[in-house]
Every structure is written in C-alpha cells, then in structure tokens.
Design a binder for this molecule. Structure first.
Ligand code: 5HY
Length: 243
C-alpha cells in the first residue's frame, strides 16, 4: 500500500526524521510517501499557525489523492484540518493525535500527554474531548519546548521534557503519549528511561492505516466527509475552483 506522511509545517528536516521512524515500522510492501507543506509556518505552535498551515495541507492532500495513495497521515499533533482533509481525500485520513490516543487507551487505564508549548495544551485537551478520551487522560504537560528545538535537543530542553514525563508519572499516568511529531525519534529512549509505555502517534498512524487497508475499510464519503460542494475560489485559492 502507499501512505502519504504529511508534515503540515514547512520544516523538511522534521519530515525526514519522522519518515525514517515511519519506514522503520512499516510492512515491507508499504511505501511511505513523505510530504512537506510548500508554504506556511516552519512549525505549528498556535491557532494562527494551524489556520495558515491549513491551505497548504489541503494542497498536499489533493496532490497525494491525484497520485492514488491508499491513506494519508497528518503528522502534526494538533490533527490540523483533519475534517477538511477527510472531505478532500478519497482514502482514509489519520491524525497522529487520534491514532496515539486510541493505542494508549488500549494498553492503559489512564495516560498522559507530554507536549511542547504550553499554549498547545488547550488544543490537546480539545482533541481528547472531541475524540472521547478526556476521562482516560490523567493530564497534559508542557514546558514551552519549541517544536524546532526537538531536532537537536539541548540538555536544557531535555531536562524540561524529562521533568514533564516524571510529573506525569507522579500524577498517576500509566502510559505517555508524545504530543509532537518531532518527538517520534525520542520514543524509545524515553521508554527505556522511565520504564513506562511511551506512544508516538506517527508509528501508530502507520499501523492503523495498514490495518484499515488489510481489512479493506475505505473512507466513508457520504455525510460529514462527503466531497464539499464545488464553488468559486478567488485569488491564491482559485485552483480549488474545479476540485
Ligand atoms: C507537531 N507542531 O506535531 C505540532 C506539535 C505541537 O509543527 N508539529 C508541529 O506542539 O502542536
């Protein structure tokens, strides 16, 4: 099968790192097609970033749809524009936050989320509520670690990340969900250090996409995720007129 792994920020280095992790767990006949947004924010850390990243994200979904991919993964923990992407795509679209929450809920009674910037805590809480996992989440933790700092974690930011993980465990977490696609490469080392299941949404999304494909479960294209009505788009979005 062919899976688009879409990084909706414009940081190619981040896409490279998450693609290595994804290919590591993918089945031998799964092709991971890496995509990076062509315009927008270099990292997504606020509602403004998400809003501006949305259009570029949909352009990449449309491109991969025209390539005939079997699934799309939105590799950003806010699951930005997930519903819009599901309207545009014909194949299943999986957000890494939703994927990670499902896996965490299968192996723990309560799990925590450890993410980057404090202002994204509310986003994680909104997603937990929307997806029905608020009850199972023991807390969302963040210490203002910039997303791009994850690429080459300084000892200062590493200490902040470690202390958030420790706080989560002290507060009763039985598993930890990593709240950023940029943390995918840290998963194993954190699991070894804290001896607790640590869950990365990028690999969870790959395995979910493969499972849907194995069961031949296609995207439901009637109702909420049916294609949006054609209409006039102007300016830089007029290429959406005939889509
Ligand atoms: C992410 N931002 O996974 C989110 C993390 C966050 O650019 N990639 C980003 O803090 O919401």
């Amino acid at each position: 099968m062919r899976i688009q792994l879409l990084n909706p920020n414009t940081c190619a280095a981040m896409t490279e790192q998450m693609t290595l992790v994804a290919r590591d767990v993918a089945l031998s006949d799964t092709q991971i097609i890496a995509s990076t947004a062509q315009h927008g924010p270099v990292s997504i850390e606020s509602a403004r970033d998400e809003a501006i990243a949305g259009a570029a994200l949909l352009d990449e979904i449309q491109w991969a749809k025209e390539q005939g991919v079997d699934a799309h993964i939105i590799a950003c923990f806010g699951d930005p524009s997930l519903s819009a992407a599901r309207e545009v795509a014909d194949a299943p679209v999986i957000g890494i936050a939703q994927a990670a929450f499902h896996f965490a809920s299968l192996i723990s009674y309560r799990f925590a989320v450890v993410t980057t910037m404090r202002r994204t805590i509310a986003t994680a809480q909104e997603l937990l509520s929307r997806y029905g996992f608020s009850q199972q989440c023991s807390g969302v933790y963040a210490s203002d670690i910039p997303v791009l700092a994850l690429e080459d974690l300084s000892s200062h930011y590493q200490q902040l990340l470690f202390s958030d993980c420790q706080k989560a465990i002290d507060d009763g977490a039985e598993a930890i969900v990593l709240g950023c696609a940029g943390m995918a490469t840290l998963c194993q080392s954190l699991q070894d250090k804290f001896q607790i299941p640590v869950i990365d949404g990028v690999v969870c999304a790959v395995k979910l996409a493969e499972s849907l494909n194995a069961l031949q479960l296609k995207a439901a294209k009637r109702g909420q995720y049916a294609a949006a009505y054609p209409k006039l788009f102007t300016g830089r979005y007029q290429h959406w007129c005939d889509r």
